[in-house]
Design a protein around this ligand. Structure first.
Ligand code: 6PG
Length: 249
């Protein structure tokens, strides 16, 4: 069941496996298009557990062989303020699932430097993005997940980072988790050429219905200015959607 508006689409897959495969295939298609059109592909990975099967599929030879990884640069949409070898690190998880399995130069991997305190890490990452993306540029693709409270990246409902309009990257204290995070800000996310949500499981169903109904949760405020927005969800996550009609938040 697809709803395809001018710049946004909703694709509902039968289960988590077909969701992961579709996400991986779309990633490869976007990478190939960017490489042929612009000679490079800058992607910000999502953290959390949902995208890990997709990352593992991307490392699989049939898919990995289709991309010249030397022209791809990996970034992150957010990071937990833990060392890079910590079990909670999004960087560590992506390295294990994908980056250590493909022929990508180390200088093409741009982790959020959370070995520094949160504010310093955010400032350093903004400098990295300004250097890597260039003025007025943005990511070719940002992968995002959604928490059951409607957060995305580390933009949690009611937190200070939600209001940031100038900085590209900001430190954010997640009170519910009692932990500091570093995250891309909403304006930075909304400048991307393509944003792809990957959301799986019945635990997300009620929140997804709230987002679809236009409730201004962080995930629902991801509405790219001119880029394309794709929501890839499985049937379990879609189970509370009364309609696929999209209401703006
Ligand atoms: C993080 C993510 C976060 C994640 C959601 C969903 O650092 O945790 O960036 O935004 O996408 O919390 O997480 P799951 O995929 O594990 O449900």
């Amino acid at each position: 069941m697809n709803e395809d508006k001018a710049s946004r689409e909703l694709i509902i897959l039968p289960d988590a496996d077909s969701l992961a495969r579709t996400a991986a295939e779309r990633f490869i298609a976007l990478a190939k298009a960017a490489l042929s059109e612009r000679g490079g592909f800058r992607v910000a990975l999502s953290g959390g557990s949902t995208p890990l099967p997709t990352y593992e599929l991307l490392a699989h030879e049939q898919l990995a062989a289709q991309v010249d990884w030397e022209q791809v640069h990996f970034f992150w949409g957010d990071e937990r303020c833990v060392p890079p070898d910590h079990p909670e690190s999004n960087y560590r998880a992506a390295r294990a699932a994908l980056l250590d399995e493909i022929a990508i130069p180390l200088q093409n991997i741009h982790p959020i430097p959370c070995q520094h305190p949160p504010t310093r890490a955010a400032i350093l990452y903004q400098e990295e993005l300004e250097k890597s993306l260039g003025p007025g540029e943005s990511f070719d693709l940002i992968l995002l997940g959604m928490g059951s409270d409607g957060h995305t990246a580390s933009l949690f409902p009611g937190t200070a980072a939600m209001a940031e309009q100038k900085r590209w990257v900001i430190e954010n204290y997640a009170k519910r988790l009692n932990e500091w995070r570093v995250t891309l800000t909403l304006p930075t996310i909304n400048r991307a050429r393509h944003i792809m949500f990957i959301v799986s499981g019945a635990a997300k169903a009620s929140t997804l219905a709230r987002v679809w109904a236009g409730e201004p949760l962080p995930a629902g405020m991801v509405q790219p200015a001119s880029g394309r927005l794709t929501w890839l969800i499985d049937q379990a996550a879609a189970s509370d959607l009364r309609s696929t009609e999209w209401k703006n938040s």
